[in-house]
Design a protein around this ligand. Structure first.
Ligand SMILES: Nc1nc2c(c(=O)[nH]1)N[C@H]1C(S)=C(S)[C@@H](COP(=O)(O)O)O[C@H]1N2
Ligand SMILES: [Mo]
Length: 456
């Protein structure tokens, strides 16, 4: 296919996904229903509601005015009105298909119909601030004309694994607030972006810059996040202004037309529906680095603030803990975690509350995923029923620190109840711990997960 043809095809696909009724999606529904069926069998044979309602619907009806998530619901786990998780127990691929990639919004997904600024022909990115030599405004076409590169990287919500605070003994979960992410608020995609190095070269940065504020303000007027300038500089080729995911234009749920991508950092740094980048010589506080997406708890010190700091929609009283930055080493096996104590069980979770997934007895391979984006995965271990840790086999590809790895571990399963644990060690020698200190927003839980199964 010619490059133009490819682009047209990608655009058509993106538009079709918006209309929410393509053949590709209908095929997807069946694939997904089959996968759910398999998961349900594993779980003990009940047919999940999603499989029963997966019949194709005609594309004729116009979408309701404010549809929170545009994705086909049957392919992802419905955690809440504006959040969807990947079905991690079904993950098989190295790259996560966009349709199965988790969505995490604080507000409803905004579309170009509701917010014309999000139409590619209207979109503008303002790059300015006291530390910028030559402020500019970029159009979508301007951005596409700049030097871009792509990176394969995981994206993970800080809240991924919050469920472990509720479900695992010793993690003192009662005081944790937030959505019931199990392990699937993580995915891996190829992100195409204009690197920050290119943006900085274009506008020129004055000495003394301290903060880069990445701002949307489109979905909600508090949606934007400050990042220390020094961190942006150290990541400047690896992070940037992103316009494509897995080779196609971004779809609304993932920030169309343009978002940030900050690989390895918790998802909040990757502001979607981006409209503004401001570089300033002051420190900046907003919702997402004061009382949202921060570690709040007895072992975490509140950051200091200075009188000349800038406050956007918050006050110094809102500063409750340090912001989450790099995601820690993590791993899981592709088995649904038993939910007993979590405040909710997602609508289409493959297990009912307290239900234990079933595996068949005999020799088999456990499969899983591990990632450690700050330093890269060195190894993964698995153990059964508290026995000795066994090295798992890492399957290629392993493309560097930002990518996850898939692993397998042989197991001769005997009848009865078992607990399977996984832990990853990164290239700096850090290994997942047994427990993590409490933080009341349930951020970045990287404790060794315990998967209970019943072998029959
Ligand atoms: N404008 C805006 N950007 C945002 C958010 C948001 O609510 N609004 N959520 C953030 C969070 S918490 C995460 S984890 C990632 C999720 O990206 P995804 O939905 O493409 O997976 O987007 C980030 N960017
Ligand atoms: Mo997030």
């Amino acid at each position: 296919m010619s490059e133009r043809k490819q682009r047209e095809e990608a655009e058509r696909l993106a538009t079709d996904v918006l209309k929410n009724g393509t053949n590709a999606q209908r095929r997807g529904l069946f694939v997904s229903a089959a996968a759910f069926g398999a998961a349900a069998m594993l779980a003990g044979g009940t047919t999940p509601a999603s499989a029963q309602t997966a019949a194709p619907t005609p594309a004729a009806a116009p979408p309701p005015a404010r549809r929170p998530i545009l994705k086909d619901d049957s392919r992802v786990l419905n955690i809440g009105a504006t959040v969807r998780s990947g079905n991690y127990w079904n993950f098989k691929t190295f790259m996560t298909p966009v349709e199965e990639f988790y969505v995490r919004n604080h507000y409803a997904t905004p579309t170009a119909e509701q917010r014309p600024i999000l139409a590619r022909e209207n979109w503008k990115l303002r790059i300015h601030g006291t530390s910028v030599e030559r402020p500019i405004e970029l159009s979508y076409n301007d951005l596409l004309g700049m030097r871009s590169r792509s990176i394969i990287a995981t994206m993970e919500c800080h809240g991924n694994g919050r469920t472990l605070f509720w479900e695992q003994d010793g993690l003192s979960g009662q005081q944790v607030a937030g959505g019931n992410w199990v392990m699937g608020a993580v995915g891996q995609a190829e992100w195409q972006y204009v690197p920050m190095s290119e943006i900085f070269a274009r506008v020129g940065i004055k000495p003394g810059a301290r903060t880069v504020l990445f701002w949307s303000g489109v979905d909600g007027n508090d949606m934007g996040r400050p990042m220390p300038y020094s961190d942006v500089v150290s990541l400047q080729d690896d992070m940037g202004v992103c316009f494509a995911m897995n080779g196609n234009p971004l779809i609304p749920d993932h920030g169309a037309p343009v978002r940030m991508v900050v690989p390895g950092w918790g998802g909040t740094a990757s502001i979607k529906w981006l409209t503004e980048i401001r570089v300033t010589d002051r420190r900046v506080w907003s919702r997402l680095n004061t009382r949202g997406e921060v570690y709040i708890g007895p072992t975490y010190a509140r950051p200091e603030f200075a009188p000349d700091d800038e406050f956007i929609g918050v006050t110094a009283d809102d500063i409750q803990g340090p912001m989450v930055t790099w995601m820690p080493p993590k791993s899981f096996i592709t088995v649904p975690l038993v939910l007993e104590r979590s405040p909710s069980v997602p609508a289409n979770y493959p297990l009912q509350r307290g239900q234990v997934p079933r595996l068949s007895a005999g020799q088999q391979d456990l499969t899983g995923y591990a990632w450690a984006p700050q330093h890269g995965v060195r190894g993964v271990e698995v153990r059964i029923d508290g026995g000795a840790w066994q090295q798992a086999t890492i399957r290629p590809p392993n493309l560097g620190k930002y990518t996850w790895v898939r692993f397998t571990a042989p197991w001769n399963a005997t009848a009865g109840q078992h607990v399977i644990e996984t832990r990853t060690t990164d290239n700096s020698g850090t290994t997942q711990p047994t427990t993590v200190p409490l933080n009341s927003l349930g951020m970045a839980n990287w404790a060794i997960p315990k998967f209970r199964v019943e072998v029959a």
